[in-house]
Write a protein that binds this ligand. Structure first.
Ligand code: SAH
Ligand code: SF4
Ligand code: F3S
Length: 471
């Protein structure tokens, strides 16, 4: 048994892990043929991509996938700890599974992902959720086949969570959710330790994958006909720093852009590490999509300091304007937290002012959520939840206004759209533009999902745009 511990998870040292090639143990290959699994994923793209590996490992064990957990012999929750509601959702599901297990005694239940890295969650599971068969963390996902096998063979709860990152495992099998757009991890972990955030504890220190491994994966995706690649990391801008003397995200983006891939995206970028070289590369290559997610969190320099974000309102605006200048037609989206401990009405008005200056194309807005073990958890927090909810509502009104305003500017314009699906109505399709906007459009021909077509925008809404295909 291995239990998580935040003190250990905080440790950052020199690169001491090694790159290892994954191999699936032959003894258990296809051992569970005929059994069915249901995998439920919460949280960010990182978790979604991890689930693509988890699914492949389960399939190698012999399991087949079902969409309804009531049909499954094994239910696995890949969890997220970013805010309390993500946490509550997973525990709500565990409650339903407890009930289900009374009907189906041999049901196997497991929990993994970021919540598994939290000591308090694991303690709660050991105390109140004894029916959970196994728990493993983000650092030992690759051990899933052995852990599940042991949980079944020994019929005893298996808790295997490592607080520190281990080897950097390459060559895990993967079942991609999509066959025209793909996620590619470039860096794991986060060293920023923003004071409100749990991710550096649940995902460990920054570890870049070797560029050869990334480029090889990209080449394989191109060979398989993929149209869009999203480079993933909690902070992709830090790519290469732990590994190379002078090879950065700008260099990696450029090398990938020179390949025959129509669309390259990357996320997420912390404003602090955003270099001129990156901006130059994004502006230079047509296949690097003009769309940047640039989380600001707050418009108050005082709050930004308390958050440990390492930039001020002014330096953020400078970066924002530089990106807008160098990358033609770029859309910029953001994340904003309201109600950080001690945020005053004046601080909040600074955030509104910043939003009025940046006029974001998209924004994800949240109320601060206390995460146990993070520094912000200990700060005085006198503002009531009701007031924070009002601030969120006021913020949302302003951000929504700009979504519509920006979308309106596209009316009459022709934009490239990667087609993702057909809607119920005849001849209607949907997909995403280069600037990452949802486009619903009509066409008089049959279009294959995964193709890129030109669409003239006929009408703009807050969350999407309507259009028709033009040749
Ligand atoms: N690595 C990304 C963030 C990943 S988490 C980055 O730094 O940009 C996604 C978003 O969740 C964050 O940008 C932040 O806005 C929000 N978030 C993180 N911790 C939070 C907390 N404790 N309460 C509320 N929102 C939080
Ligand atoms: Fe969390 Fe900050 Fe790291 Fe993003 S950069 S994952 S917000 S600590
Ligand atoms: Fe959640 Fe972990 Fe992602 S906490 S947001 S799943 S890195």
């Amino acid at each position: 048994m291995h239990l998580p511990d935040y003190k250990e998870a905080r440790t950052r040292d020199k690169r001491e892990y090694k790159r290892v090639e994954y191999s699936f143990s032959d003894d258990i290959k296809n051992k569970y043929i005929g059994k069915k699994f249901h995998l439920k994923t919460y949280g960010c793209q990182m978790n979604e991509h991890d689930s693509e590996n988890i699914e492949a490992l389960l399939i190698a064990l012999g399991f087949s996938k079902v969409d309804d957990y009531l049909d499954a012999d094994l239910v696995l929750l890949n969890t997220c700890s970013i805010r309390e509601n993500a946490h509550n959702k997973a525990f709500g599901m565990l409650g339903r599974l407890k009930h289900r297990k009374q009907e189906k005694k041999d049901l196997i239940v497991g929990l993994c992902g970021c919540m598994a890295q939290e000591a308090s969650v694991v303690e709660e599971i050991m105390r109140d959720y004894k029916f959970v068969n196994f728990v493993f963390g983000t650092h030992n996902m690759y051990q899933l086949p052995e852990i599940i096998d042991r949980a079944i063979e020994e019929n005893k709860q298996q808790i295997e969570v490592y607080s520190r990152e281990g080897d950097l495992v390459e060559g895990l099998p993967v079942v991609r959710a999509n066959n025209y757009k793909a996620y590619v991890n470039i860096i794991y972990g986060c060293n920023k330790f923003c004071t409100y955030c749990i991710v550096p504890y649940t995902r460990g220190m920054e570890r870049s994958r070797e560029k050869e491994d990334i480029l090889k994966e990209v080449d394989e995706l191109i060979k398989d006909g993929y149209k869009e690649i999203t480079l993933l990391g909690q902070n992709v801008n830090a790519y290469g720093k732990d590994l190379y003397d002078d090879y950065t995200l700008g260099d990696l983006l450029e090398e990938i852009a020179l390949k025959d891939i129509p669309r390259v995206r990357f996320m997420t970028s912390h404003p602090w590490d955003f270099t001129d070289r990156m901006i130059e590369v994004i502006g230079k290559y047509k296949n690097i999509m003009p769309s940047v997610h640039l989380p600001v969190q707050s418009g108050s320099s005082r709050i930004l300091k308390l958050m440990g974000r390492r930039y001020t309102k002014e330096s953020y605006l400078e970066l924002f304007n530089k990106i807008k200048e160098v990358v033609p037609g770029v859309s910029i989206s953001t994340d904003i937290i309201v109600g950080f401990p001690g945020e005053t009405e004046e601080d909040f008005l600074e955030t509104l002012d910043l939003v009025n200056k940046c006029k974001y194309d998209n924004a994800f807005t949240f109320i601060f959520s206390k995460r146990e073990g993070t520094p912000a958890c200990k700060l005085d927090d006198p503002v009531s939840l009701k007031e924070k909810e009002e601030r969120l509502q006021r913020l949302n009104e302003v951000v929504n206004k700009y979504f519509l305003e920006n979308n309106k500017k596209l009316e009459g314009k022709v934009v490239p759209v990667l087609v993702e699906g057909v809607s119920d109505k005849k001849n209607m399709y949907f997909g995403y533009s280069d600037t990452n906007k949802l486009i619903n459009f009509e066409s008089d021909r049959e279009i294959e999902v995964g193709s890129i077509v030109n669409v003239e925008i006929t009408s703009a809404k807050t969350w999407s745009l309507d259009g028709r295909e033009v040749k």
